[in-house]
Design a protein around this ligand. Structure first.
Ligand code: SF4
Ligand code: SF4
Length: 89
């Protein structure tokens, strides 16, 4: 079982609820979307990596990369990015 780190300042209560309810759902569940990175805007600062409660983001070649199987679409990374390079739908 995966556990969320404490609620971060970038996550709204609604997102936090969604994140909790998404834990354990499978990739085949069409209600789950993954965060998307605009690599043209990403500077590889790593702030989103630290913000992600389930460690779904890594840096590859100085660009953030989201593991779609791990991402629970909580949105915590979005508010942390200084370049608006990461988004959730
Ligand atoms: S939306 Fe962002 S912070 Fe939330 S799980 Fe996905 S990559 Fe991590
Ligand atoms: S916070 Fe934004 S700029 Fe920094 S690594 Fe993440 S997506 Fe890239």
């Amino acid at each position: 079982m995966q556990w969320l780190r404490p609620l971060c300042s970038g996550m709204s209560p609604e997102r936090h609820f969604l994140a909790q309810s998404n834990i354990g759902k499978t990739k085949g569940d069409k209600t789950i979307m993954a965060a998307k990175v605009d690599t043209g805007k990403c500077t590889g600062c790593g702030l989103c990596v630290d913000a992600c409660p389930v460690e779904a983001i890594t840096l590859e070649n100085d660009k953030a990369k989201v593991d779609e199987d791990t991402c629970i679409d909580c949105g915590a990374c979005v508010g942390e990015c200084p370049n608006k390079a990461i988004s959730v739908e």
